[in-house]
Design a protein around this ligand. Structure first.
Ligand SMILES: Cc1ncc(COP(=O)(O)O)c(C=O)c1O
Length: 362
């Protein structure tokens, strides 16, 4: 089994914590959701468990298209982002793919499983993992790359590129681009989302899900947007009848119209990110990388290990992501997501106490 964020059920039984006492900073799920209106809809519709969903998902599709401003014919629904990433890679079956590393491990997993050749565009710590778009375009051309997949913002680095930059890549290359916008709604999508570009470029697929921003990983809901109708046809033909369960359908109809919730989540995330960036940047023994997401990547200095910090924090039921398993990161790297202010303060205090203890050891 592939491991991503923490398995909180396993940790609860291993450490003897009640599940609700665990503060999961490892899964990048917003602490502000799910939106109350969507939860009320869910509760009011539990009786629908005895009913098949509308196989055309008309109401759900309409709420998504109104939210993102595309035609209903340009979207495909899916049970989360993950199956869509997998299916798109399978269908496109590129010859030569490029990954911006470090990145979400599922891309490489899927490409390798299909035997597709992969080149790496390394994002470097010395440049705060920033994405140099000119250099990226040159590499795409030089190596005749026909497929690029990246998350915007990128997980785990938090690096981001603007829609204008993505447009430039689309204009200057013939590479097919799959943009994973799992974390995009935490930013300002009017600047950073590539969705609008599907109206002008066929070599683009944008995927999104509800797991992180809407804090609903349990319902498994996602969608893809593209102006490439032959790809859409294949993606739709591949989808299973009633693929989206009725509760995802019900919640999805309410999530996307909740503008108040969306604005508030964005604002609070920005405030908490600033608080944690400022607070942790002052600590000796820690490097904090800028992030546009709802998570922050850090590097322990002086050879301290992220695994040791993780163990230290677990005593207080605080769970971070030790990033040593990410390609192109080190055993000293860890990532945490932003939770409530009180929880973030607790995490910052605990990281500070770990660093103070370590400093005393020398
Ligand atoms: C970049 C990225 N894409 C996709 C996913 C999975 O999303 P979903 O729950 O919609 O399948 C994750 C989960 O961690 C992620 O970090």
């Amino acid at each position: 089994m592939r491991q991503h964020g923490a398995n909180v059920f396993e940790l609860a039984s291993q450490y003897g914590f009640p599940l609700q006492d665990i503060r999961d900073f490892s899964s990048n799920i917003s602490p502000y959701g799910p939106p109350k209106k969507a939860m009320t809809q869910l509760k009011n519709n539990l009786h629908l468990v005895t009913t098949y969903p509308d196989p055309s998902y008309q109401a759900l599709t309409q709420s998504i298209t109104e939210y993102i401003g595309v035609d209903a014919r340009q979207i495909v629904l899916s049970s989360g982002t993950t199956p869509l990433l997998k299916e798109a890679i399978q269908l496109l079956h590129p010859r030569h793919a490029l990954l911006l590393e470090p990145c979400y491990s599922e891309y490489a997993y899927e490409l390798k499983r299909l035997g597709i050749s992969i080149s790496i565009f390394p994002l470097k710590a010395e440049n705060n993992f920033e994405i140099d778009v000119e250099a990226l375009i040159s590499l795409l051309k030089e190596q005749k790359i026909d497929f690029l997949v990246f998350a915007n913002p990128n997980n785990p680095t938090g690096s981001i590129v603007t829609r204008e930059a993505i447009k430039k890549i689309l204009i200057e290359t013939s590479t097919f681009i799959l943009v994973d916008e799992t974390y995009n709604e935490f930013t300002d999508p009017s600047l950073y989302s590539a969705i609008e570009l599907v109206h002008s470029f066929e070599q683009l697929l944008v995927v999104r899900g509800v797991s992180k921003f809407y804090a609903c990983p349990g319902i498994r809901l996602g969608y893809g947007v593209t102006g490439n109708y032959s790809l859409l046809k294949c993606l739709k033909a591949n989808s299973t009848l009633w693929e989206i369960n009725i509760f995802a359908d019900v919640m999805g109809q309410s999530l996307y119209s909740d503008r108040g919730y969306q604005m508030e989540t964005r604002e609070k995330t920005a405030e908490e990110r600033l608080y944690m960036m400022e607070r942790l940047s002052r600590l000796d023994g820690l490097r904090v990388f800028p992030s546009a997401g709802n998570f922050i990547l850090c590097r322990l200095e002086n050879g301290y290990k992220a695994e040791e910090l993780r163990e230290h924090l677990l005593k207080e039921a605080l769970v971070i992501r030790d990033c040593s398993s990410f390609e192109h990161l080190t055993a000293s790297d860890f990532r945490f997501c932003l939770l409530s202010h009180a929880d973030n303060v607790k995490l910052a205090d605990a990281i500070e106490s770990f660093l103070l203890d370590k400093a005393k050891e020398v």
